[in-house]
Design a binder for this molecule. Structure first.
Ligand code: HEC
Ligand code: HEC
Ligand code: HEC
Ligand code: HEC
Ligand code: HEC
Ligand code: HEC
Length: 314
């Protein structure tokens, strides 16, 4: 990582706004999705805009945001490159503070998220949206909470099959991982493809009716409040001229997330109130809580930065 710092400084120095895509490449390296932004999102640069970009650069440089962003994007870039499609969204559950003689339990989002909405687990069943935040115990599971709400021999395999979740030893852990990998490959064949993350387009799978995530679990969920809908779109203009705008769609998110996964903890209930920056997103805040961990990966720049700005600054 320290290697990136001098390299970053040098590239930032060379990357002048005179060069159409120079500053974008300097900021993000020549990653495929970013180059795409440069291709699709950037209009020709006229002298006026060039000046404006220079001012914008100077401003962001002063606050150090650009530099921080570059470093963190490099870091997350490496992390993304390392995450394999069948491991994307896996959570190693190993509570800190517990005397862990047992091996961590791997919870796989890919094997569950096609069957249930995010909301069902994260609101009704109260799993936190933070690895190891929940503090699941054997007793909780037996009382029908958490994993035990489904792993009861009816909805899913019973708790008695301890070793399907708890590996016996390192070798058994490997075997469980290999088996999961094979099951993932089988599932993937049945779903529409995507470029990053699980390499599965979950949203299209839902839209096409290939998967029908359940939003209700008998004895746990209250009846869905049909009145809780919000089809408002929240447009956002990123603080770097030329980058395409972000369109946040309530309608598309509510299918999976209900309201409680985002409000009031993550986002204000007022348009434009939540201050969001790309750096914080890459650090796992705001949109980055789900995107880059479970929902589509952050490499997919143009899925969020989707609306080209033809005349920025005006
Ligand atoms: C559906 C998956 C699943 C099954 C099946 C399962 N567990 Fe667990 N168990 C978990 C998870 C998840 C945790 C929490 C791990 C963590 O956060 O560190 C846990 C935690 C534990 C713990 C440590 C926490 C505590 O309460 O002390 C023990 C002990 C345990 N399980 C025993 C068992 C036994 C014995 C069985 C079989 C009768 C079993 N589990 C079956 C998922 C499962
Ligand atoms: C079957 C239940 C279930 C479903 C469905 C589910 N999750 Fe999770 N999720 C979990 C569990 C369990 C954890 C781990 C919590 C812990 O370790 O305490 C988790 C963790 C997370 C985390 C934290 C990950 C990290 O690395 O810190 C995020 C973010 C998250 N889920 C988002 C989602 C989103 C978005 C969806 C829908 C696409 C979803 N979850 C669907 C059970 C579920
Ligand atoms: C909302 C219901 C639900 C909850 C909650 C749930 N599961 Fe599952 N799980 C299922 C279903 C359904 C299957 C697939 C059917 C089966 O294998 O019985 C499954 C499959 C699995 C599998 C086998 C596939 C794989 O991912 O390797 C494991 C392991 C597993 N669950 C672990 C867990 C753990 C650990 C938890 C809690 C942290 C949990 N599950 C919580 C419903 C649930
Ligand atoms: C995936 C996250 C997410 C989910 C789920 C979500 N929202 Fe939002 N919501 C946002 C964001 C982001 C904003 C914009 C906040 C900002 O600009 O500061 C917002 C803004 C709002 C606002 C203020 C703007 C407006 O539309 O008047 C309301 C009200 C609102 N949401 C209600 C809801 C309701 C009701 C639900 C459930 C049906 C819901 N939201 C589900 C992320 C979400
Ligand atoms: C999950 C959606 C999402 C993805 C994916 C995404 N962005 Fe962003 N981006 C945002 C949001 C939201 C903002 C903040 C807009 C605002 O200022 O309100 C933002 C802002 C920015 C900014 C403005 C400067 C700043 O720090 O806020 C830049 C530059 C940027 N993104 C670059 C990228 C690049 C490059 C990628 C791909 C590697 C990417 N983004 C992927 C949602 C996303
Ligand atoms: C609580 C989790 C969560 C949060 C927070 C969240 N998303 Fe999403 N988002 C999802 C899930 C789940 C999907 C479905 C697709 C998938 O899983 O890859 C999705 C889909 C999308 C899509 C594709 C749908 C469309 O409109 O074309 C976009 C774009 C998007 N999110 C942008 C954002 C932006 C921007 C933010 C922050 C303002 C954000 N998301 C915050 C979970 C989340």
């Amino acid at each position: 990582m320290p290697l990136f710092m001098p390299v970053g400084i040098i590239i930032l120095g060379i990357g002048s706004p005179d060069n159409k895509s120079g500053i974008y490449h300097a900021l993000y390296g020549c990653r495929e999705a970013c180059c795409e932004i440069v291709k699709t999102g950037l209009p020709e640069i006229e002298p006026e805009r060039r000046k404006m970009m220079k001012r914008a650069m100077a401003k962001t440089l002063r606050t150090g945001v650009v530099f921080g962003l570059f470093i963190s994007l490099c870091g997350t870039g490496i992390a993304f490159a390392a995450a394999k499609s069948y491991e994307y969204g896996n959570v190693l559950m190993s509570q800190p503070g517990k005397d862990n003689t047992a091996l961590p339990v791997t919870f796989r989002h890919w094997s569950h998220r096609g069957k249930y909405t995010c909301r069902l687990c994260h609101v009704d069943l109260e799993f936190t949206q933070l690895a190891n935040g929940t503090g699941v115990t054997e007793e909780d599971n037996r009382n029908g909470m958490y994993c035990g709400a489904c792993h009861n021999g009816k909805e899913a395999f019973a708790l008695e099959a301890c070793t399907r979740c708890h590996p016996k030893d390192k070798q058994h852990e490997q075997e469980l991982a290999q088996q999961a990998k094979r099951e993932f490959q089988e599932l993937k064949k049945t779903l529409p493809p995507a470029t990053y993350g699980n390499k599965i387009d979950w949203m299209k799978a839902e839209e096409d009716g290939i998967i029908k995530p359940k939003d209700f679990l008998q004895g746990v969920s209250l009846r869905k409040n049909e009145k809780m809908v919000n089809s408002r779109e929240e447009p956002r203009t990123p603080a770097l001229p030329g980058l395409p705008n972000i369109i946040f769609s309530h309608a598309k998110h509510v299918i999976w997330n209900g309201c409680g996964m985002c409000h009031p903890d993550t986002f204000a209930l007022e348009s434009g109130k939540t201050p969001i920056t790309m750096k914080e997103i890459t650090e796992g805040k705001y949109c980055g809580r789900c995107h880059g961990t479970i929902a589509f990966a952050l490499n997919d720049c143009t899925r969020c930065h989707s609306k080209p700005v033809l005349n920025p600054g005006s």
